[in-house]
Write a protein that binds this ligand. Sequence first.
Ligand SMILES: [Fe+2]
Length: 439
Amino acid sequence: MEQETIQYRPNLASCTPVVLLEPKRIQHHLQPPRSVPASSALGTALKRGHSHSNTSSVSSSKGGPVKRNKLGIRNYDYVEFYVGSAKSVAYWHVTALGFHLEGYLGPETGVRDRVSYFLRQNRLKLVITSPLQPEAYELHHYVTKHGLGVKRWALEVEDVEYAFQHAVDHGGIPVQTPHRLEDDHGYVSEASLKVYDDTELMLVNHDHYSGIFRPGFEAASHPWAKQSLSVGLQQIDHVVGNVRENEMELWSNYLDRVLDFEDFIYFGPGDISTRYSALLSKVVVSKDKRIKNPINEPYEGLKKSQIEEYLEHFQGSGVQHIAISTQNILHTIQALRSRGVEFIDVPEDYYRRLYEQNEKLPMDQKITEDLSLLQSYGILCDHEGDGYLLQLFTKPIGDRPTFFYEIIQRRNGAEGFGQGNFQALFESIEREQERRGNL
Ligand SMILES: [Fe+2]
């Protein structure tokens, strides 16, 4: 495939690249498919969908041999949020979550219609973007409809053209075909595919770029750029989608087929439910398990589930939460709480049960952290085989009850998602829903 290069020019009205198309293989997308109607995307995926056998009970493929991903996916790369006020949201990530502001794009760098802040903490990379001018209609439309949300999340791949072509050949819905963004520091290659309504899944490679993030960004000179020290957030552990009824199979099949992923765990009817509500969940993973994508959909219950509340306020399917790993969750949560980050409350009897469970375990499987500290910081723990995971969920970070973060630490090879905490967690979320009048 002939890849086109875009020379970055500071006076460009927008940093959004022109969508360039390979002429033979996807000619039917000669008009940039930036706004593919949901119905046509779903129809395409449904026609090509296939069924999976493990659809009736909890199952797992863990323990099998590690396989290479056919697309050459290395790891998660960045996540871009569209928000109403990028400066405020970036400032909160710096002062409350310990990110460093490394790059900035906006009128001062020659881009007139939007601003973007590039934030980093260890291997975590975020971009926070807001529209400035009416012509940034795509941003305005997203923020008006969804509020603060994840517009795109990126996978770093060895070869963007190869990965994109493999994805499209296996049913991937193209949004941006492969192109290069270039300036004096080299070039960044990227392409994107559709996933969950207005969300884009980026394929990127920046092996040949030495500048800040990508062409168009310059070093940030804001006085709050390094306002706070890192709280030990390391990298993305998993990215979770909330989708409408009957979409979970559709999108899990899509990701399996398009990205060469495979089903990892399935939670069917009755596996995750409270007195009032229920949900279905399937986790798909890359074959080396570096990329993990749980997908939730609502299931019938007496009252409105947290997934339904999300879908109603996000106005559709999208990214529900991003889990971020830490190597010392006690330090991370203590630091985040001291900076005013709000977390979901854990039920009072949760720790009584955790103490009892831990007592019964053999010495080599006991929790090594001080349980009284876990309790005082409100951290959840879930045992799994010889290992366990520690996790905690923030309250929604924006104004709508939609996107939130999870902080997670895995011990001794734990690969799950806190299944044992679902009951306590969802009852806690329902109490929050009730306070908002949304249960
Ligand atoms: Fe999670």
